[in-house]
Design a protein around this ligand. Structure first.
Ligand code: PXG
Length: 464
């Protein structure tokens, strides 16, 4: 009998969840006290919970369900592959059709000479691969001392030891004595929060030039790579000023440092092009991908590597790999997902139709008394909540207090819009239509109104 077919009522499910299931990034006792919302099914951009409520998913799950929920083709691709060859490895002189076909497809889709694919199960372990890959690359080139990787504060690159180390989240570093040695950080290009009196253009250049200063401090002969998300996602959808990326590209070229673009969120249409690197105009040597690669239907990630880096790596045995590297079922599902994205013109439709439509509606939210800036690239967007727009002030209450209140209002209004500190973010399925965008925006605005009223009542509309 299918144990999942006839589940008990919501309160029993919540009690079982609280008793046995530890959630990621969650204060377990806090959640147990109120009970987790139980999501039971989904179709298109709509989630359903165990009480029958319908929720519009402004986050595409966790930035990943690019084609939307409920595409039977992916379930059928998985079932077909499970019957044909549910598992085999690619470690010991063997290969299989799904892995090699997906590698070929990714080489076609990825820009420039990014023609080689090393598979992982998600974004974190793909970034772990990247650390070992970069260091092995430089060792093979006779420069083993080039083992430093520079990243940015408030970057997110995953939650494994390597991913956490590459990420710039201090709260994560604090748990587990991280980062590992050899990871250095520069500041993020977050003009709203950190730009002071500079114009965005000046600030973008200033932040990019920190990379050059840092390289000189460490010694160019010791720096192997710079890693960054084209647009920071988990950090709060931080859109860098236009001056930022061209300067970064100039600097990594000047010092011969590898550029790793972490495309886990930006990849597969999120920014209106296949990859965020194309949107911001950079030429990475390595790209990390996951999430949208399978639209989240099954875990898979990868590092996509340039000819130049792969040529060096091919000269040695790279002692690295995961049991599920190139898992045949995951590869088959990813291939079907990419077929749908491509054949249905979803990326073009985002660029030409839905992203411009969303932009107009999203930027209009900046008129709301609680909203400072409204930023958007493709189908990822953020707003800064502020008690005082002109001075870009923060709230007197602890950072995140207001964001949390706003997120609670969103939850109550059946819209998934996340808070990161006092920023609200969305990243909806790329399949979202203009009519659905109208619903999303109406619910977002209602939630902002309710949040604003609550802040007045609770006397929280004060600058800190
Ligand atoms: N790189 C980037 C840029 C990511 O956004 C990862 C790597 C790690 O991928 P995996 O598949 O190992 O999770 C991510 C993941 C959030 C949130 O709160 C974001 C992510 C994961 C969990 C939560 O926004 N991004």
């Amino acid at each position: 009998m299918n144990v999942l077919a006839n589940y008990p009522p919501t309160d029993e499910l919540q009690a079982l969840d609280a008793a046995h299931h530890l959630h990621p990034f969650t204060h377990a006792n806090g959640l147990a006290a109120k009970g987790a919302r139980v999501i039971t099914s989904a179709k298109g951009v709509w989630l359903k919970d165990s009480d029958g409520e319908e929720i519009i998913d402004g986050m595409a799950g966790l930035w990943c369900v690019n084609i939307g929920y409920g595409r039977d083709e992916l379930a059928e691709a998985a079932a077909r592959q499970m019957k044909e060859l549910p598992y085999y490895n690619t470690f010991f002189q063997t290969t299989h059709v799904p892995a090699l076909m997906l590698a070929k497809k990714l080489a076609e889709l990825a820009p420039g000479d990014l023609n080689h694919v090393f598979f992982a199960s998600g974004g974190s372990d793909a970034n772990d691969t990247n650390i070992r890959l970069v260091r092995t690359y430089w060792a093979e080139k006779g420069q083993p001392e080039r083992d430093v990787i520079i990243s940015r504060w408030n970057a997110y690159h995953g939650s494994t030891i390597g991913g956490t180390s590459l990420g710039g989240m201090k709260g994560m570093h604090g748990q587990g004595s991280l980062p590992i040695p050899g990871i250095e950080f520069i500041d993020q290009p977050h003009w709203w929060a950190e730009g002071g009196d500079m114009t965005p253009a000046e600030f973008g250049l200033e932040r990019a030039r920190q990379l050059e200063e840092r390289i000189k401090e460490i010694g160019p002969e010791k720096v192997g790579a710079f890693i960054a998300e084209p647009i920071q996602g988990a950090g709060g959808v931080i859109v860098p000023p236009e001056t930022y990326w061209p300067e970064i590209q100039r600097i990594v070229k000047k010092y011969g440092i590898l550029l790793i673009a972490d495309e886990v969120i930006c990849g597969f249409g999120r920014t209106g092009n296949w990859f965020g690197s194309q949107t911001v105009g950079i030429e990475p040597d390595i790209m990390t991908v996951a999430k949208g690669l399978s639209s989240g239907y099954i875990p898979i990630g990868a590092s996509i590597i340039s000819d130049g880096v792969a040529d060096v790596l091919r000269e040695t045995e790279f002692n690295h790999g995961y049991t599920y590297s190139g898992h045949p079922v995951a590869c088959a599902v990813a291939l079907e997902n990419l077929r749908i994205l491509e054949e249905e013109g979803i990326v073009d439709n985002v660029r030409e139709v839905t992203a411009p439509y969303l932009r107009e509606k999203w930027e209009a939210l900046a008129d709301h008394p609680l909203v400072g800036e409204a930023k958007i690239v493709g189908m990822m967007a953020s707003i800064a909540l502020t008690p005082e727009k002109a001075s870009r002030a923060v709230f007197a209450a602890d950072a995140g207090t207001v964001g949390y209140i706003c997120r609670d209002r969103c939850f109550a209004n059946n819209i998934i819009m996340r808070s990161v500190g006092d920023r609200m973010i969305i990243s909806p399925p790329l399949s979202m239509t203009c009519d659905e965008i109208d619903i999303l925006i109406a619910r977002a605005r209602k939630s902002l109104d309710e949040c604003y009223e609550k802040l007045k009542v609770d006397d929280l509309l004060k600058a800190g």
